[in-house]
Write a protein that binds this ligand. Structure first.
Ligand code: SAM
Ligand code: SF4
Length: 333
């Protein structure tokens, strides 16, 4: 739902039109998922370095009004722990974009209705296991019941579909793929399994811990007949439909089946660094540029220069892959 009235498309060197902005609103989190953060010792960004809502809205407005961006996703860290995040949701919803949010769901039972009312269009909730002990191990917080209540609150608030993200890690929760898929079918949720990516702050990622798309789909297909749905466009998930009509299930195959060729995304970190890929090693500062009084034209020129460096795709599968210096929660997943 591009506005159509924008000045021009933002096209990268590989002819991909960039239209989707992922905004991290905080690097902080109330969980400590093992695949994302260490239990202690994360260095939080100083508050003075975090973009204000006005600064975030300014960058978003430039992307929407000049380049016709039609999708914005808020993420983090945990976006719902940023104070007054519904105020930001209302500001961004007013730009007329498809506005989404990714959350761990821990406090959603209190905020789902307010987020919906503020104009949030879509929600993704992370849930890697249905087992209370394993949940406490994986997130280092005993919050399974709160997350389940948050999922119900999202449904009651009218989000449809509610999408659930599960990172699958071998030897940790790969025995729960079918249980999670069943939960999705029974509850009318769209389950999406995510391959474990080398973005954990503890640097414990190993290829052997990745459960790939083919294996995930085989586990599901052994239980229910599924049919793959046609091309996903720029969306990161490959989707399957249950033949018995019980909804859809997806896989985000970043490692075994990268979708970079169709990528239309760029990212803004909580401290105002513009990135052209989750795995990029370069960042383009917009915060100090804004704070030193640059005009919208100057900021737009920085965004265009950054997009001019967007690469064809990440190098996870190459021997020369270099991990980005920041981890998932610091970039914004
Ligand atoms: N805190 C929110 C949450 O967990 O949903 C939003 C931020 S989180 C970084 C965004 C998504 O990235 C979550 O679905 C999370 O499970 C996923 N994620 C985090 N670390 C990951 C990793 N190393 N590999 C794959 N997915 C990861
Ligand atoms: Fe927090 Fe999300 Fe990272 Fe878990 S995945 S530690 S909930 S930012």
């Amino acid at each position: 739902m591009s506005s159509g009235a924008h000045a021009r498309d933002l096209v990268d060197p590989f002819d991909r039109v960039v239209r989707d902005l992922r905004i991290s609103v905080t690097d902080r989190c109330n969980f400590r998922c093992t695949y994302c953060m260490p239990s202690e010792g994360m260095q939080w960004m100083p508050r003075s370095e975090i973009l204000t809502f006005e600064e975030i809205e300014r960058i978003a407005r430039i992307c929407v009004e000049r380049y016709g961006f039609d999708g914005i996703r808020l993420t983090g860290g945990e976006p719902t722990i940023r104070a007054h995040v519904t105020t930001l949701v209302a500001k961004l919803a007013a730009l007329g974009v498809d506005l989404a949010l990714t959350t761990n769901g821990a406090t959603l039972r209190n905020s789902a209705f307010d987020l919906r009312e503020a104009g949030l269009s879509r929600i993704n909730i992370s849930l890697d296991t249905l087992d209370r002990e394993k949940f406490a191990q994986m997130t280092r917080r005993d919050e399974l019941d709160n997350v389940l209540a948050g999922i119900q609150a999202a449904k009651s608030a009218g989000f449809d579909p509610v999408k659930i993200n599960a990172v699958v890690e071998r030897g940790v929760n790969d025995d729960e793929v079918v249980d999670l898929a069943r939960f999705g079918r029974d509850e009318g949720l769209e389950m999406r399994f995510i391959e474990f990516m080398p973005l954990d702050a503890s640097d414990e990622w190993q290829r052997a811990k990745v459960v790939g798309q083919a294996e995930i789909v085989d586990m599901i297909a052994a239980e229910w007949a599924v049919e793959q749905l046609p091309a996903r466009g720029a969306a990161p998930a490959n989707m399957w439909r249950y033949a018995d009509g019980a909804g859809k299930v997806g896989v985000i195959p970043t490692v075994t089946n990268p979708f970079c060729g169709d990528c239309d995304r760029v990212r803004l970190t909580a401290d105002g660094q513009f990135r052209t890929c989750l795995f990029a090693t370069d960042e383009f500062d917009l915060r100090d540029a804004m704070r030193s009084g640059e005009t919208d034209d100057q900021l737009a020129a920085r965004i265009e220069a950054a997009v001019g460096t967007k690469w064809a795709g990440h190098q996870i599968n190459q021997v020369n892959f270099i991990r980005p210096q920041r981890s998932m929660s610091q970039i914004g997943g």
